[in-house]
Design a protein around this ligand. Structure first.
Ligand SMILES: Nc1nc2c(c(=O)[nH]1)N(C=O)[C@@H](CNc1ccc(C(=O)N[C@@H](CCC(=O)O)C(=O)O)cc1)CN2
Ligand SMILES: Nc1nc2c(ncn2[C@@H]2O[C@H](COP(=O)(O)OP(=O)(O)OP(=O)(O)O)[C@@H](O)[C@H]2O)c(=O)[nH]1
Ligand SMILES: [Mg+2]
Length: 461
């Protein structure tokens, strides 16, 4: 990707696939001129003379000047555009051939192919979006559930940034206070001022803690709640995964120890986006490959926020199942006990054998007939109530890491203040917190971090 901001980029903003409408878009100083050169408005005026933010009907020509489509064109002038640069768009019929010819014509006018996320990257560099908003653009496009889309839309509107900026501005005020003190280093901090600072730091600390508390839920909504399917070999784990997905994703056989490596797939169940992880059956084994698989099962449980513990009641629930259940409760926190193969007869006593003092929700399902899958969905939905009160949340590891660092620095500043450390020691912690918050919003962030973020985007976004 070119480092220059002063060239003109072009890309298809819609998939290069047969569809009703296909959009080509451009950004950069030559955007309006390039489109004007390949598009003739029906009204006879040149596009640039038609005024910005309008849709103008006309004919699109290929690089050889042959008409290739009847299209709509529009343009915006810097800085009043998505990228903050001059931008232009051609809304064509959604034919891959038309879009390819149109792009070729635009390249002939000096535009070059845009890289992934390059439009949004320019919007960020021109101050149109901050980093959390840019991430929200990608999350919105990737959203797999209505709830994920709502969280991303809120973040795109700047809700998360405003929440972070509020803490940043508390700390900035505090720094101003400190600088006043540092001007008279020999004088003690006057008690009134010390108390104000303490209160401000306290407020910043609570705000950051509350913010960090949103991460688990935010990540679950956007990326899916990690959900491990565990149980003894042959319990029916892979069959349940397949039944929930609606296709034969995992290999199923009657041989215990079939699944070796973990398999991960997303599925919406009970209104909750789950990242299902099918695992190798948990047992002692001498087989090297299977043993590595079992280790991965344990790792999946470690990472999970929900565990489906599968028991085939006909195999007879025993100490081993009880052990897996305890391990799941300990590691994942939330557990649903799933009795499998409900279409077969027998095995009624298993549930009783496993029900301890605080029994987890229990459902009986058949991967073969689909019976009980609704009950499983209900159980999931009860464990993850979907609040209508979606608020701004941290949604990815980058944001959570930066917020965590800010919190640590604020805690260090609190400790320094209470411990009677010199003002400049407290100040340096406050500055570290501000720097971390600056990274969160992108106010201060290095080039390789932003590059990594924009690589995730589609071409044309
Ligand atoms: N056809 C089309 N649809 C699209 C986009 C696009 O670029 N083209 N978008 C983009 O990816 C998204 C919409 N986002 C946009 C954000 C800002 C501006 C814009 O022109 N902002 C100017 C002027 C605002 C105004 O009219 O007041 C500005 O912020 O100054 C346009 C689209 C989704 N839909
Ligand atoms: N009748 C019936 N058979 C099932 C059902 N679910 C699984 N089975 C059978 O049980 C056997 C084991 O199923 P799997 O899904 O491979 O079990 P698993 O827990 O993934 O086993 P491992 O990968 O070896 O740990 C296979 O023969 C399946 O056909 C069910 O709901 N009804
Ligand atoms: Mg399996």
């Amino acid at each position: 990707m070119s480092g220059f901001l002063n060239d003109t980029i072009a890309a298809a903003a819609t998939p290069m696939a047969r569809s009703a409408i296909g959009i080509l878009r451009l950004s950069g100083p030559g955007a309006v001129e390039a489109v004007s050169a390949v598009f003739q408005p029906k009204n006879g005026r040149p596009l640039a003379g038609c005024g910005p933010h309008r849709l103008v009907y006309g004919t699109l020509f290929d690089a050889a000047g042959r008409p290739i489509d009847q299209a709509l064109a529009t343009f915006s002038r810097a800085p009043d555009s998505y990228t903050g640069e001059d931008t232009a768009e051609l809304q064509c019929h959604g034919s891959p051939a038309v879009l390819a010819l149109g792009l070729e014509a635009l390249f002939a006018q000096g535009a070059r192919q845009a890289g992934p996320g390059e439009f949004t990257r320019r919007a960020f560099l021109n101050g149109k979006l901050d980093l959390t908003q840019a991430e929200a653009v990608a999350d919105l496009i990737d959203a797999e559930t209505p709830a994920a889309a709502r969280v991303a839309a809120l973040q795109l509107s700047g809700a998360l940034s405003r929440r972070v900026e509020a803490v940043y501005s508390l700390l900035a005020d505090l720094t101003a206070h400190f600088c006043a003190v540092l001007d008279y280093p020999d004088e003690d901090l006057d008690p009134f001022r010390a108390e104000t600072m303490e209160r401000t730091l306290d407020e910043a600390r609570s705000a950051l803690r509350a913010l960090l508390d949103t991460y688990r839920r935010g990540r679950g909504l956007v990326r899916g709640v990690p959900c491990a399917i565990v149980g003894r070999p042959n319990a029916g784990k892979s069959s349940l995964l397949n039944a929930l997905l609606g296709y034969e994703r995992a290999i199923v056989t009657e041989i215990p120890g079939t699944t070796r490596d973990t398999i991960e797939e997303k599925v919406e169940l009970g209104g909750v986006l789950l990242r299902l992880i099918d695992t190798a059956g948990l047992r002692e084994t001498d087989d090297t490959v299977e043993r590595l698989g079992v280790a991965r099962s344990r790792a999946a449980l470690e990472e999970a926020e929900l565990a489906l513990v599968l028991v085939d009641p006909r195999a007879g629930a025993d100490e081993e199942d009880a052990y897996i259940l305890r391990e799941a409760e300990e590691k994942a926190g939330r557990v649903i006990l799933v009795l499998t193969k409900a279409d077969l007869a027998g095995g009624g006593g298993a549930a009783v054998a496993l029900h301890g003092e605080n029994p987890p929700p229990l459902v009986s399902v058949s991967a073969k007939t689909g019976q009980g899958l609704d009950a499983l969905a209900d159980a999931v939905s009860k464990l993850f109530p979907q609040g209508a009160e979606e608020t701004d949340m941290l949604t990815n590891a980058r944001q959570a890491e930066a917020a965590g660092r800010a919190l640590e620095a604020v805690e260090a500043a609190c400790a320094a203040l209470l411990g009677g450390m010199p003002a400049d020691a407290v100040l340096s912690d406050v500055e570290a917190a501000m720097a971390a918050l600056g990274e969160l919003t992108g106010r201060s962030v290095c080039e390789d971090v932003t590059s990594r973020i924009f690589e995730r985007f589609c071409v044309g976004k």
